[in-house]
Design a protein around this ligand. Structure first.
Ligand SMILES: NC(=O)c1ccc[n+]([C@@H]2O[C@H](COP(=O)([O-])OP(=O)(O)OC[C@H]3O[C@@H](n4cnc5c(N)ncnc54)[C@H](OP(=O)(O)O)[C@@H]3O)[C@@H](O)[C@H]2O)c1
Length: 244
């Protein structure tokens, strides 16, 4: 499958929150598909450095809520062909538990983090009349799922930011899409879904969690030239959860 392995040849891809979970899996797969990968984490963790060394990749670290730091770190990287806005948090709090500081933290990370990285890479994409941005939303921003209104609202915002940005940047040949993953087997799910995990799986038509590779494949399809006529969409990758 030589062609498959060249899917992202000559492309530079920056994946936020790729020190672990879906981001790390996406980074490994992007490397396999021939991309030059740049990994990112909040801090210069051992995990981040180990992944960068495994993939012979550059790495950057910064809090995505810090606009200035994002700008400084990203401006040192040169042109980015593909940005995957994946970093996010999912504090498991009900409306009654959520304080305004929690709402701010979740929106600053999940929404403004995406805005900060996008704002930084877009000028070069506009100049070059080419670029792809893939935002990671969530099934929880699409469907009603009880218990996490701030997270759900932040991911719903990602879907609408995606569609409105897609329209604004289409004249520059910049394609902007989102993925809404269902329940995926990562550290985030293990800490937030447990011990309700079995109960949740019963409601998924495919009766299992997604593996991170199954999410990464769709992200990288959207990142590739195969997806040259898709923009502004959110693709649900949820094992059929949303059809119930
Ligand atoms: N797992 C699921 O079931 C699921 C389902 C739907 C959607 N999603 C979405 O998919 C994305 C990845 O999820 P995951 O499960 O792979 O998450 P994860 O394993 O918890 O990893 C989160 C990543 O985001 C980074 N991060 C978090 N806050 C940050 C900040 N303020 N600044 C910079 N980096 C930050 C972390 O960096 P450090 O390692 O440095 O902390 C880490 O690399 C998220 O947007 C999540 O909402 C996940």
């Amino acid at each position: 499958m030589a062609m498959e392995n060249n899917l992202l040849e000559n492309k530079v891809i920056l994946i936020t929150g790729s020190s672990r979970g879906i981001g790390a899996t996406t980074a490994r797969l992007a490397k396999k598909y021939g991309a030059e990968v740049i990994v990112h984490g909040k801090t210069e963790s051992e995990q981040l450095r180990a992944l960068a060394s495994e993939l012979k990749a550059k790495y950057i670290y910064c809090d995505i809520t810090n606009e200035e730091d994002v700008r400084i770190k990203v401006s040192k990287l040169g042109s980015i062909d593909i940005l995957v806005n994946n970093a996010g948090i999912n504090p498991s709090k009900t409306f009654q538990e959520l304080k305004n500081d929690d709402w701010r933290e979740i929106f600053e990370t999940n929404v403004l983090g995406t805005v900060n990285f996008s704002r930084t890479v877009l000028p070069r994409m506009i100049e070059r009349r080419e670029g792809k941005i893939i935002n990671i939303a969530s099934i929880k921003g699409y469907n009603h799922i009880n218990g996490k209104p701030a997270y759900a609202a932040s991911k719903a915002a990602i879907m609408r930011i995606t569609s409105s940005m897609a329209e604004e940047f289409a004249p520059y040949n910049i394609l902007i899409n989102a993925i809404a993953p269902g329940f995926t087997d990562t550290e985030m799910t293990r800490t937030t879904l447990s011990p309700k995990i079995q109960e949740q799986i019963k409601n998924i038509p495919l009766k299992r969690l997604a593996q991170a590779e199954e999410i990464a494949e769709v992200i990288l399809f959207l990142a590739s030239n195969k997806a040259s006529y898709i923009t502004g969409q959110t693709i649900l990758v949820d094992g059929g959860y949303s059809i119930k």
